[in-house]
Design a protein around this ligand. Structure first.
Ligand SMILES: Nc1ncnc2c1ncn2[C@@H]1O[C@H](COP(=O)(O)OP(=O)(O)OP(=O)(O)O)[C@@H](O)[C@H]1O
Length: 231
């Protein structure tokens, strides 16, 4: 598994009177296959995971993935770290479903035949083969979420970051995403408010006001989160 190293990272948004510190001197090393991130709204979870592919750059401190710095080695890190946003609409960039999946494969030095073959396999794996030539924006919310996952996974990242991937999904599609995630060979970092998704995870971090308040197995971390929420 890749080794994620976050060292003494702080981050703020805004300036002057609107300045808000969102991450406060966070340090952690993550090398487990399945890592969950939980915590209250606004506690810094999304900002933290956005550090992992350089979408957010730390004000101070460093983030490395297998020794590659997310700021200095940005393009290399982004090739290895796939990122799925909560809102799949934010990720759809091409008119049709098949084109959207194939988009991530451009500039990867693959032949046309290889790109087509990988796209075809991804369409089948995510139950989208019947929608290949359909307009991507007309898919249902759940299908868009699956498309977003397919478009990222087709690039075969070493680490997949999922920011609340089941928020828009019904129970059936949420269970499907859960199964897909379970079966992935890659390291996964998953932000969620759906705590049952974390059963069987190796490690769960609980964020509270920009800090890691707990770091442990799912049962322990969820209990700590519940306690924090009751305060
Ligand atoms: N681009 C931005 N510009 C300004 N403020 C931001 C930006 N992104 C996040 N914030 C602020 O940073 C704080 C932490 O946001 P973040 O999205 O990391 O929280 P979160 O724990 O993921 O919350 P949620 O559970 O609600 O998704 C919030 O107060 C948010 O308003």
């Amino acid at each position: 598994m890749p080794e994620i190293r976050v060292e003494s990272v702080s981050h703020s948004f805004g300036d002057g009177s609107t300045r808000r510190q969102v991450l406060r001197d966070v340090s952690v090393r993550l090398a487990e296959p399945r890592i969950g991130i939980i915590g209250a709204n606004g506690s810094g979870k999304s900002t933290f995971v956005r550090l992992l592919n350089g979408l957010v750059q730390p004000d101070s401190g460093t983030v490395t993935i297998d020794g590659r710095d997310t700021v200095r080695d940005g393009p290399e890190v982004r090739r290895r770290v796939g990122f799925c946003f909560t809102d799949p609409d934010a990720q759809i960039v091409m008119p049709t479903v098949a084109e959207d999946i194939a988009f991530g494969l451009r500039r990867r030095g693959l032949s046309r035949a290889e790109r087509d073959e990988r796209t075809r396999r991804a369409l089948t794996a995510y139950g989208l083969e019947g929608h290949a030539d359909h307009p991507a924006h007309l898919l249902s919310g759940g299908q868009k979420q699956l498309l977003a996952l397919a478009s990222v996974l087709v690039t075969e990242p070493d680490l997949l970051v999922l920011d609340e991937p089941t928020t828009l999904l019904d129970l059936r599609n949420a269970a499907m995403v859960r199964r897909l995630v379970d079966d992935l060979p890659q390291q996964v970092v998953l932000v969620t408010h759906h705590l049952d998704l974390l059963d069987g995870f190796d490690r769960v971090l609980v964020f509270d006001d920009g800090r890691i308040a707990n770091d442990g197995k799912p049962t322990e971390a969820v209990a700590a989160y519940r306690e924090l929420a009751m305060r």
